[in-house]
Write a protein that binds this ligand. Sequence first.
Ligand code: FE2
Length: 300
Amino acid sequence: MSRGRAYDLVMASVLDDRQIEQYQRDGFLVIEGFVDRSACDDLKAAANQIVAEFEPTGQRTIFTTNEQERASNAEFLASGSAIWCFFEEEAFDADGTLRTKKELSINKIGHAMHDLNPMFEKFSYRPELAGVAADIGLVDALALQSMYIFKQPLIGGEVGCHQDSTFLYTEPMTVTGFWFAIEDATLQNGCLWAKPGGHRTSLRKLFKRAGTTDDDGTLFEELDASPLPSPSELVPLEVSAGTMIILNGLLPHWSDINRSEKSRHAYSLHSISAASDYPEWNWLQRPPDMPLRSLAGVSA
Ligand code: FE2
């Protein structure tokens, strides 16, 4: 992993002391109106364009379950340096045919749009976001992973309670999520829920590459068997489009299934500090010719 720069950037402060204290206390911070509605609309249009141009592989019907799993895993592992559309679990019937329109079957796009798509790049490398990262103590923040989550009407799946550091890990732990509501997120369409103060806890599991190649797949390693909080301990974060929520990588959070007729589009960008170690068993690995870039828009 590339490290730091030979000089320091002086970053404009974006958050006030009260917000920084709140983030440190709760493990998350809600910032309303962080991005303009027009920027949300532009990002939504870019996401829809990616889906429109995405050709589902025609091979799903001929795979056995095991081959299917191995192929999906390889697609997933390669997506750390690519743009890939992931389908909802129930999108295909037994014959491998889409049950509904492709546009309504995609669960998310991942995981390198911020470096490969100009509109996502513009949205992600905004100076005020680099300022926020600096304010919360993320030293030399790098943009690691982007996800555009559709949370489709009626079928948008639940995301079980988890800690993001399970999936992206550094030593010490610096993973920080910047979650943007691209559409209003409500109780009905599956807003985020979080456990205030829940970041002052242990990391329960690690998600790791099982070997050195994409074909080797992945595994979970348990670190601490104590359960994550139950839904009754979490608070809902209902927010309007344009809101940004910062999430500490250790914070347990969850989002419900979308049972409403409205989608709940969100964009999530994960960042790590260039001053931390990024183990090689992390699922997301960039090839040498595509190094991570500083959130401040300067090559690391
Ligand atoms: Fe998450």
